[in-house]
Design a protein around this ligand. Structure first.
Ligand code: GAP
Length: 467
C-alpha cells in the first residue's frame, strides 16, 4: 500500500492546474488581470462535469424544480430594487505606507496585509457591482450592471415561469452562470475572483413552512457535496450571526470547506423570506410583505401566488442554496489531491476525483506506438468508448506506459486501458485495465470493455468498488 505524504498547499494546486491544463491566469501574456482565470482543456471538463452533476441533482432528479438561463447584463432597476445599489459593498482601506488597498473587515490586528503597517485610512464603502455602458451613448442614463448574483434573474422571471409551467408551491427555479463582483482583494487562486460562476436555486414556499424547508435544503446540499467526493470531516456548517446577514436574509447557514487556506464558505443556504419578490412587486395594500416597497414602484409586476382557496394573494418566501462553481472546483481538486510515496520510494501524485467528475473517463494506451496493429486496436477501442458519450476518452500515445499512467494519475483519469503484445495472443483479444487509486491491474477480453466501462460509470457515481 502506498503511504500518503501530504500537507497540501495552495501552490500544489496552482502548479498542477497550470502544468496539466486545468486553470490559467487570464491574459498572462499581457501580465494578467488580478482575480480573473481561464479554464484550460481539463479544467473546462471538470467544471462542466461538476455543473452537470448539480443540474442533474437539482433539476432532473427532482420533480419540483424548473431551469432558467437569464441574461448576465442587468437592468439598473433590478439592482436598485434588490437593494444591491445601496448595500452591496465592502469596507475598503488604503495603507498610507505601501499604498496597498485591502478590505477593512479582513485585517489581522488592524495591520496592512502587505507591509504590516497600522498607518491605514478610515474604511470607505466600495460597491462591488461592475457598471457597463449600454448602447452607443455614453451618458449617465445608459448604464447597466453585470449581475453580481444569478438570483435576481430568477426573481424577475418568477411570473414568467409560474405562468408558463402552472407550478404550485413549493417549487424552485434553478440557474447556473457567471456573476461579476469587483472584489477589493481577490485572492487564494479561484476562491475569490472577480468573474465566477454560481449554481443557484430559488425555492419558493408558503410563509410559515420556510424554516422547515431551510433545514431540509441545508442537509440536502451538504450531502450533495459529500457525493462529489468531499471528505465529511472537511465540511462544516456555520450559522451566520444576525449582524453578518445579507440585507435580504432572515437566516443563512454557510457550508464551509477546509480549503488549503482554511475553512471558508463553499455555499450559502439563505432564507430570503419574501424580500426579493416583494421588492420587485408593485405595492399593494393587501400584501403584508416583509420588503419595504414603495407605492410609486418602477415595475407593474405582482410577483405573487394565490392561496389554496384561490382567494387571497401572497408573496412566497424563498429558500436559496447558492453555491460557487469555481469554489466547488477548488474544493474537489484539493480533496482529490494526494501525494503518495510508493514502496520503491518514488513519489506519485494522484488526483482521486469521483469518476463522474474526471476530465478523462479513460485513457487508451498503446504499449508500442510504432506497432501498427497495437496502434490500430488502441484507436478503435478509444473511438468505441467515446461513442458511448460518457465523456472524453483519450488515446494516449506518449510511448511509455509508466509515464502515461503517471500523467493520468495526476489528472484523475480513473481507468487506463493498455493494448500490448499479449492482446493478440490466446483464444480472444484482451487488454489490461488499470485502476487509478489502487493501481490494480486486471486482464479482460476486449469484447467486455464497453460493458465494463458503462457499468463502471454507473456505479462510480455512488463510489462502488470497481472490480
Ligand atoms: N445569491 C446569493 C449569493 O450570491 P453569496 O454568499 O454572495 O450569495 C454565493 O454567494 C456563493 O457564490 C458563495 O458561497 C461562493 O461559493 C460564491 N462566490 C461569491 N463570491 C465569490 C467570488 N468573489 N469568487 C468566487 N466565488 C464566489
Amino acid at each position: 500500500m502506498p503511504e500518503k505524504n501530504c500537507k497540501l498547499s495552495m501552490n500544489d494546486i496552482v502548479s498542477l492546474c497550470k502544468r496539466r491544463g486545468f486553470i490559467f491566469q487570464s491574459a498572462d501574456i499581457y501580465g494578467g488581470l488580478q482575480g480573473l482565470y481561464d479554464y484550460g482543456p481539463l479544467g473546462v471538463e471538470l467544471k462542466n462535469n461538476l455543473r452537470d452533476a448539480w443540474w442533474k441533482s437539482m433539476v432532473y432528479e427532482r420533480d419540483d424544480v424548473e431551469g432558467l438561463d437569464s441574461s448576465l447584463i442587468g437592468h439598473p432597476l433590478i439592482f436598485k430594487h434588490s437593494g444591491h445599489e445601496d448595500t452591496f459593498s465592502d469596507p475598503m482601506v488604503d495603507c498610507r505606507d505601501c499604498k496597498c488597498r485591502m478590505r477593512g473587515d479582513h485585517l489581522l490586528d488592524g495591520k496592512c496585509d502587505n507591509c504590516g503597517s497600522k498607518n491605514l485610512t478610515e474604511p470607505r464603502q466600495f460597491n462591488l457591482m461592475f457598471k457597463a455602458n449600454f448602447g452607443p451613448l455614453e451618458d449617465d442614463a445608459s448604464f447597466v450592471y453585470l449581475r453580481p448574483e444569478t438570483a435576481q434573474g430568477i426573481f424577475i422571471n418568477f411570473k414568467n415561469v409560474l405562468d408558463s409551467t402552472s407550478r404550485k408551491l413549493p417549487f424552485g427555479i434553478a440557474q447556473t452562470g457567471k456573476s461579476f463582483r469587483n472584489e477589493v482583494t481577490p485572492r487564494n487562486f479561484i476562491f475569490r475572483v472577480r468573474e465566477f460562476e454560481q449554481m443557484e436555486l430559488e425555492f419558493f414556499v408558503e410563509p410559515g413552512t420556510d424554516e422547515e424547508w431551510h433545514e431540509k435544503w441545508v442537509q440536502y446540499r451538504l450531502e450533495w457535496w459529500k457525493e462529489q467526493g468531499l471528505a465529511a470531516d472537511k465540511l462544516k456548517l456555520f450559522h451566520q450571526p444576525h449582524e453578518e446577514l445579507a440585507h435580504y436574509a432572515k437566516a443563512t447557514v454557510d457550508i464551509l470547506y477546509e480549503f488549503p487556506h482554511g475553512f471558508e464558505e463553499l455555499e450559502g443556504v439563505a432564507n430570503r423570506t419574501d424580500f426579493d419578490l416583494g421588492s420587485h412587486s408593485k405595492n399593494q395594500d393587501e400584501l403584508n410583505i416583509f420588503a419595504k416597497v414603495s407605492a410609486n414602484h418602477d415595475s407593474n409586476a405582482k410577483l405573487v401566488v394565490q392561496n389554496l382557496e384561490g382567494k387571497n394573494f401572497f408573496v412566497p418566501y424563498v429558500i436559496e442554496p447558492s453555491a460557487g462553481l469555481d469554489r466547488g472546483v477548488l474544493a474537489v481538486l484539493s480533496d482529490g489531491f494526494n501525494r503518495e510515496i510508493l514502496e520503491n520510494g518514488s513519489e506519485r501524485i494522484v488526483l482521486k476525483l469521483k469518476p463522474h467528475l474526471a476530465p478523462f473517463k479513460a485513457a487508451v494506451v498503446p504499449l508500442a506506438k510504432n506497432n501498427e496493429r497495437i496502434v490500430e486496436k488502441s484507436k478503435e477501442i478509444a473511438k468505441k468508448l467515446s461513442r458511448l458519450r460518457l465523456g472524453r476518452v483519450k488515446y494516449e500515445d506518449i510511448g511509455n506506459v509508466g509515464k502515461a499512467y503517471r500523467r493520468h494519475d495526476e489528472v484523475g483519469t480513473p481507468l487506463c486501458i493498455t493494448v500490448d503484445f499479449d492482446t493478440f495472443e490466446g483464444a480472444e483479444e484482451s487488454v489490461t485495465l488499470r485502476e487509478r487509486d489502487s493501481m490494480e491491474q486486471k486482464r479482460i477480453p476486449i469484447r467486455e470493455v464497453e460493458k465494463f466501462f458503462q457499468e463502471f460509470y454507473a456505479a462510480g457515481r455512488v463510489g462502488n468498488s470497481i472490480w
